[in-house]
Design a binder for this molecule. Structure first.
Ligand code: GAR
Length: 228
């Protein structure tokens, strides 16, 4: 059991389902944090919309069941996301993790997992939503950017914010250099947000996410240690 100053939270094993479209480094960081004992959770399924996603290799390596579901094999968006919800529910998934899932999730899934779907976004929302959050930050010329873990609602990256981490943006940054700096923080805050959820420390009041305990736990300017 990980100890935080002043807190020792006991919790049972949380069942996770992960949706990813590509490389899967965030998926890997969650796997690593489970394997290191930082996070008491079990990933029961990886679902991808992309048969070539490297995340599939990672799942195989860690004996995690994976399913490829392509939207074009379904009559419409509603049926697609209802099917994903069925697959998740069938396996007892309690929290859905969007780890680089590059689609706007349909209402059919959101309705069945309201405030139980977390997404990671590579910018400080509500700035720079949508695709290429890092390039948007470089092009705009902001001096600070970062990443956000938020609950998923019907909008594009508009759901209630759980945790953010800030990183500097330098004048000679490119999309690639900034992405690399942000990604390091993503790999810390995503497992940490899941841990807070698993510990029952997260509640949602309208747009606001309240973290039980120390408020600074959601202001990760100096993220706590995680396995990666
Ligand atoms: C991450 O940077 C994640 O924040 C971003 O895609 C990357 C996936 O990397 N997600 C979005 O832009 C969602 N709008 P990964 O596959 O290595 O985890």
């Amino acid at each position: 059991m990980q100890k935080f100053p002043g807190f020792v939270y006991n919790y049972t094993m949380l069942t996770l389902g992960v949706l990813a479209s590509g490389r899967g480094s965030n998926f890997q960081s969650i796997v690593d944090n489970i394997e290191s004992g930082f996070l008491r959770a079990k990933i029961v399924v990886l679902i991808t919309d992309n048969p070539d996603a490297y995340a599939l290799e990672r799942a195989k390596k860690h004996n995690i069941e994976s399913i490829v579901l392509k939207p074009k094999d379904f009559p419409d968006k509603n049926t697609y996301y209802a099917h994903i919800a069925d697959e998740l529910e069938k396996r007892g998934v309690e929290l859905v993790i969007l780890a680089g899932f590059m689609r706007v999730v349909g209402k059919a899934l959101i309705d069945r997992y309201r405030n139980k779907i977390m997404n990671i976004h590579p910018a400080l929302l509500p700035s720079f939503p949508g695709l290429h959050g890092q390039k948007q930050a470089v092009d705009y010329g902001v001096k600070i950017s970062g990443c956000t873990v938020h609950f998923v609602d019907e909008g594009m990256d508009t759901g209630a914010i759980i945790i953010q981490a800030a990183v500097p943006v330098y004048h000679d940054d490119t999309e690639e250099t900034l992405s690399e700096r942000i990604l390091k923080q993503e790999h810390k805050i995503f497992p940490y947000a899941i841990k807070l959820y698993a510990e029952g420390r997260i509640s949602v009041d309208g747009r606001k996410v309240i973290i039980k305990g120390d408020q600074k736990d959601s202001l990760l300017i100096n993220p706590p240690p995680a396995a990666t």
